[in-house]
Design a protein around this ligand. Sequence first.
Ligand code: COA
Length: 260
Amino acid sequence: MRSFDTLLTDLNGGVLLVTLNREDKLNALNKTVISELNEVMDEVYQNPEIKGVIITGSGPKAFAAGADIAEFKGLDAAEGKALARRGHDTFNKIELSPKPVIAAVNGFALGGGCELAMACHIRIAAENAKFGQPEVNLGLIPGYGGTQRMVQLIGKGKALELLMTADVIDAPTAHTLGLVNHVVPAAELISHATAMINKIASKAPVAITQVIRSVYAHFKDGMDGFEAEISLFGQCVSTEDFVEGTTAFMEKRKANFKGK
Ligand code: COA
């Protein structure tokens, strides 16, 4: 993989660690970060050596403190829409990744940072993590999927409260709301996320991809999630991994999945 201006990437044992690398700007998501994340996700889709992804931020203070506010100056409506569209394209690619993507949230996850975490399949927060959508302080609304994914994750009432008050909540509160899956000590954040990717990667890879697609179908306009599940179930039954998984169970041995 090429080296990036705003991201660090490290592929170790099939787990790709992607670190947002603008520590002096609290890893704010500028245009380059969004386009480089998009490129990384293309690699994730295509590279069979990658079995899962962890996204985190550099430094102890922030996962990402939002979209880069410095890039907002002088935007007109069309440019604002284009900026939001680019963010949506990248975050949709994360959400629909055929391989698991975990946000390892190591500090502030505000605005676009919270939206990035919500686009990942699973969120693990360090004890010092903080979450919020402060856009209304800037005369804005979230533009990278936050109004939709927050409702999906924590429900309309709580989402509307956070979106309208711009309150910043701590990790235990985010956990109670269901915004994050786990809260762990900061020093254990990456090892915890890595262990979870490895656990998921030990299952049948095609089935993992179909779980992601089937759950996504629930939220996609115009799709019937139950019908999608029926069809994806049918596709799983025609895989070699299905034969291997069920045979291994009957033979009382561990399955050896090939992702086919
Ligand atoms: N966009 C651009 N730059 C940002 C940024 C953002 N979203 N968030 C932080 N930065 C920059 C600051 O401008 C500062 O840069 P400088 O050193 O060149 O002045 C640097 O990151 C450090 O931030 P600072 O505000 O000094 O840190 P702090 O500890 O005092 O405050 C926050 C931390 C997160 C509370 C504060 O940075 C903040 O409110 N950020 C914006 C959050 C936001 O509104 N996000 C939604 C954007 S749509």
